[in-house]
Design a protein around this ligand. Sequence first.
Ligand code: DON
Length: 306
Amino acid sequence: MQAILQQIHIEAQALFGRGHVASYIPALAQVPPRQFGIAVALIDGSTHAVGDAHTPFSLQSITKLFTFVLALKLVGDDLWLRVGREPSGAAFNSMVQLETEKGIPRNPFINAGALVITDILTSRYAHLDIALLGALRRLTDDPDLDWNARIAKSERDTAHRNMALAYFMKSYGNFVNPPELVLDNYCRQCAIEMNCAQLAQATMFLANSGLDIGTTERPGEQFLTPEAARRVNALLLTCGAYDAAGDFAYRIGLPVKTGVGGGIVAIVPGKGTVSVWSPELDAKGNSVLGAFALERLVQLTGWHHD
Ligand code: DON
C-alpha cells in the first residue's frame, strides 16, 4: 500500500496548476496551492500516509457528513420530513430548486440541506461546536482538534449566499432557529481542521458497519447501526460530490465527501477509508489532485470491484 501511495503522489504532482484554490471564502485563498497528502486507514487498524498527510486543512463541506450523521442519530427518519435524498445535479450552493420544491433541499450535503441539518442540531445543542468537536475528538483521539476562528470569521463575514438560502427556507417554514445563529454554527463547523490521517480514522465507522474500531487506549464504539452506515454510504455515493457525483461514481465508484478546502474522504466498505487533500479545485469545487488520486487508487487496488 505504501508503494502504491508513493506512486500516486509522484503522478499527482504533474497536475499542479490545473485548478484554483477556493477564493470566495477569503481566508481559503491564502492556502498555498501546491500541497498533496493521502492517507489510507484499514479496518485491521493499519494506516498508510504519504506527502502532506499530517498537515491540517479546512474540512469545509466534509463536516456535512459528520453533522448529518449526528442529526440522523438524533432524530432518525423524521429528518426526511425536512430534507430530501436525491442528487441535485446543481452547484453546492445553488438556490434554484428550493423555490420549485417549496424550501425542501434535495439532500443533506448541498449547502441548503446542510443548513437545515445545522438548524436541527442548533435546536438540540446550546453549544453545537463543542458537541461536534467532542464527537470528532473522540473519533480521532485528538483532544486538540478545533475550528479555525480566522477561517470561520472570514466565511461568516461573506456568507451572503448561505444566509439567503437560510432565509429562503425560513419563508417556507423549513427553518426553526434565527438564520444568524445557525450561520454562526455552520461557519464554525466548516472551519474545523484535520489532517488526512485523522480524517481517515474519523470516518472508519462508515467502512466498518457503523463500528468505530477504537485504539489501543480506547475500545471501539458502535457509532451508527450497520443499516444507518449503509444508508449514509449510499447518500455519499449519490450526493457526496454535488453536481460531479455522477462523474465521481464513474471514475471512482466509492462513497465520497468533498470540501472546498481541497479534502476528499472516500469510504471502501469492509476495507477502510481514504483521505486525500490538495487545495487546487476544479470548476465544481472538488480537488483536482484528490479526485485523480482516488481514481488511481481504485485502479491500482481494484477496490471498486469488490
Ligand atoms: O458553505 C460553503 O460554501 C463552504 N463553507 C463549504 C462549501 C464546500 O465545501 C463545498 N464543497 N465542495
